[in-house]
Ligand binder design. Structure first.
Ligand code: ADP
Length: 398
């Protein structure tokens, strides 16, 4: 099957066409600056990227341009839209309604509208992507894959916030968790790569990108994760604060004469390693080079980031009463050997040892712990698009 994978954000859209039989990416790219001016990046496998500046007032024009590029006589990968067998959509929030990916139908769209309050920046954009694809590709089956779904197996003791229970019952306020497609994919890949039985395994996945989260996975099922009601919770991230004392919202609001939304804007966009480094950068490459040049703020920002990952891993080892494997993934997790080494240096007490040579390998599944390490530590590149493609095919084949 040829599957079009769509990840629709508020002003951007990432896409891939994957042949599900070979799992080869036939073409991929993104639309940027939708609603502003518009830019299409298109790349057919084996060829250079093509960049086209073109007006994209709405997601409809953007998706139409993607479909046109896919059918382009010279560089396209399909002759007509009939060759697209299915579309897999990334959806950020599925609330409690979706514990796995599901076929897009009227009921799902209604449920997504109901969940939109939980992810006001993301779900409306995801819904637009679904609707536009339905309009432009009528009759093509579509599947929604939720960032929250994998975490729906968390037990109540992990997902309930200790606040009056009626707020959970009335408003659905609880921990949901995000990056679920990645945590699911990477935990499965880790077990496969290490030759472990997923059904008898305790795995910690550290998805460390601009947004970052850790999850604890027992026998293939998530039992805890660090993000919460929204992706603001948990670790220190690129620009997000992660966990802070909730009183900070009122305290800072009074100091800066801001309402709660104003403070949350700061916690979402101006905090994390960016805020700690006085706005130097949210990119770890910049911070690492500044720290190497003696910039103390950058050094501290990286230390805070690593420390939060350490304490979260430690908490999840306790939650699972042990761990068989720890996997690093996403931009920082896959590329930053220094951070991985620093994080893991706090677990020598339990017999974890990192092999520096293996830790320097990039771009592939690799076990970075020594052969006599008590726990296997790996780098497993995530592939959310492939995970969405696999889910789409599995759901449609029933
Ligand atoms: P997201 O998908 O959440 O936007 P990514 O998973 O793409 O984020 O991760 C992006 C981050 O990965 C960048 O901000 C950068 O800090 C980090 N990163 C990418 N490449 C490297 C590298 N070679 N060394 C260190 N960090 C890197």
């Amino acid at each position: 099957m040829k599957v079009l994978v769509i990840n629709c954000g508020s002003s951007s859209l990432k896409y891939q066409v994957i042949d599900s039989d070979t799992e080869a990416v036939l073409a991929k790219g993104l639309c940027e600056r939708i609603g502003i001016d518009g830019r299409l990046v298109y790349q057919k496998a084996g060829l250079d990227k093509e960049i086209t500046e073109a007006a994209m007032p709405t997601h409809k024009e953007a998706i139409q341009m993607v479909l046109d590029a896919l059918q382009n006589e010279k560089t396209g990968v399909i002759k007509s839209l009939k060759e697209i067998d299915a579309v897999g959509h990334r959806v950020v929030h599925g609330g409690e309604k979706f514990a796995c990916s599901a076929k897009v139908d009227d009921e799902m769209i209604k449920a997504l509208e109901e969940c939109s309050g939980l992810a006001p920046l993301h779900n409306p954009a995801n819904l637009i992507g679904i609707r536009v694809c339905q309009e432009l590709m009528p009759g093509v089956p579509m599947v929604g894959c939720f960032d929250t779904a994998f975490h729906q197996t968390m037990p109540k003791k992990a997902y309930l916030y200790p606040i009056p229970i009626e707020y959970y019952e009335k408003y659905g306020i609880r921990k949901y968790g995000f990056h679920g497609t990645s945590h699911s994919f990477v935990s499965k890949e880790t077990a496969k790569f290490l030759g472990m039985d997923l059904n008898h395994s305790k795995i910690i996945v550290c998805h460390l990108g601009n947004g970052a989260s850790v999850s604890a996975v027992v026998n293939g099922k998530c039992v805890d994760t660090s993000m919460g009601l929204t992706p603001l919770a948990g670790l220190c991230m690129g620009t997000r604060s992660g966990d802070v004392d909730p009183s900070v919202v009122e305290f800072l609001g009074k100091k800066l004469n801001l309402d709660a939304s104003g403070v949350l804007q700061i916690l979402n966009k101006k905090s994390g390693v960016y805020g700690l480094s006085r706005g130097l950068s949210s990119d770890f490459r910049d911070l690492a080079s500044a720290a190497a040049d003696g910039n103390q703020d950058a050094k501290v920002a990286l230390e805070v980031f690593a420390y939060r990952v350490v304490t979260t891993i430690g908490a999840y080892i306790a939650a699972m009463n042990g761990v068989d494997a720890i996997a690093f993934t996403a931009g920082i997790g896959e590329n930053d050997k220094e951070i991985r080494k620093e994080i893991m240096s706090n677990f020598t007490y339990m017999g974890i040892q990192i092999d520096d040579e293996k830790n320097a390998v990039r771009g592939e599944n690799v076990k970075i712990s020594t052969d006599d390490s008590k726990v296997a530590v790996c780098v497993i590149p995530t592939n959310e698009e492939l995970a969405i493609c696999r889910d789409t095919v599995a759901i449609l084949k029933g």
